[in-house]
Design a protein around this ligand. Structure first.
Ligand code: UT7
Length: 323
């Protein structure tokens, strides 16, 4: 018997306010045509005033628990992947824990920016296969609209708010690639690239700050590193792109998504794409896409799914799992 971390439920939440590309034409020198053709983004959701990351995360968590047929009291551990927690402390995760009415278990945040959900899922897997926890709620939630410099057309048009969640639970497998659950992971970071994507403020520098990005350079790293990490994770269990049913990539840019799929030898009709409707929601983008992919009837039980992401740090990685 092999212990596997298996997906039991998935859910998401998007704030009500939808902002179409054309709205940005009122604020900065841009156009719907430029945003669409350079990024694939058509619209994004923005959180309402007073609506926080833990609010979005709690809604997504409830949806995932309902989908799994579980109650908050069944959860041993709760992880929120976020770079936009409500407060400096406590963690967004403990705030979600409180909002859900969980009276036991433990909760903490993971901060790996846009790769946060991949890092959180890989660590939840390690917690489950080591026997530390049986049921783990893994959430990606962000309010990146709060980090925007609205005068910077190179970044403000790209990001959105939202949350997605999965319930992972220990299950039995026979140790083969046919097992349901997480089969392989690959995590990386390289702090030498800090200046390519960062927020120019924080508690220790006594400021709030705005997101700054060298878009072209991040693009170049993404195209190179995302296919490589997916290839590495698949290679750990003797698989290739040909074995993949669905790539569920970080939704930053349609051109990056297409190039990665092409390098992996996976056709675009096997890629879950939501970037047109959500924009880049950082750590929320993959769980949002997993949830939407299930709702659309794309991802089905026993499908082999690869998730991959890159973000500030740089930090990047991938997880291979059987749904
Ligand atoms: O989630 C974390 C990971 N993040 C990413 O993966 C993002 C990676 N980067 C990208 O997605 C792309 O680099 C962008 C979408 C950000 C930009 O696309 P690009 O093809 O790399 O454009 P660029 O930055 O080279 O800019 C091309 C031109 C520039 O004008 P000049 O210097 O050629 O005259 C920019 O000033 O487009 C201009 N530009 C804009 N024009 C209209 C930049 N932003 C805008 C805009 N509207 N919003």
């Amino acid at each position: 018997m092999t212990l596997r971390a298996q997906i039991r439920g998935v859910g998401h939440y998007l704030p009500d306010r939808v902002v179409e590309n054309a709205e940005f034409e009122n604020w900065v020198d841009t156009s719907d045509e430029w945003i669409r053709s350079r990024s694939g983004i058509e619209r994004r959701h923005f959180a309402a005033e007073g609506q926080t990351t833990s609010d979005l995360a709690t809604r997504a968590a409830r949806a995932a628990l309902d989908d799994a047929g579980l109650l908050p009291g069944d959860v041993d551990a709760l992880i929120v992947a976020t770079s936009t927690a409500d407060l400096t402390f406590p963690s967004a995760a403990t705030m979600v824990q409180g909002a859900l009415g969980m009276e036991s278990g433990y909760a903490f945040d993971v901060q790996a920016v846009c790769a946060g959900f991949v890092f959180a899922l890989a660590n939840a897997n390690a917690m489950i296969v080591s026997g530390q926890a049986k049921t783990v709620l893994v959430i990606g939630a962000e309010t990146f609209s709060r980090l925007m410099d609205w005068s910077d057309r190179g970044t403000s048009v790209l990001f959105g708010d939202g949350a997605g969640a999965v319930v992972l639970q220990a299950g039995e497998g026979d140790g083969t690639n046919a097992d349901r659950g997480i089969l392989a992971t690959d995590l990386n970071s390289d702090g030498r690239y800090k200046d390519l994507l960062y927020v120019d403020g924080g508690v220790s520098t006594n400021s709030t700050g705005h997101l700054r990005m060298e878009g072209k350079e991040v693009f170049r790293h993404a195209v190179e590193k995302l296919a490589a990490t997916a290839h590495t994770a698949l290679g750990k269990i003797g698989l290739t792109g040909e074995d993949v049913d669905w790539i569920v990539p970080h939704q930053a840019n349609l051109r990056i998504i297409k190039s990665t799929a092409q390098k992996m030898g996976v056709p675009m009709d096997r890629v879950v794409v939501t970037v047109q409707d959500h924009g880049n929601t950082s750590a929320a983008s993959i769980p949002l896409a997993l949830s939407v992919g299930c709702q659309r009837g794309q991802i089905k039980t026993h499908d082999l799914v690869v998730i991959e992401a890159i973000g500030g740090g740089l930090a990047w990685g991938s997880v291979v799992l059987r749904w």
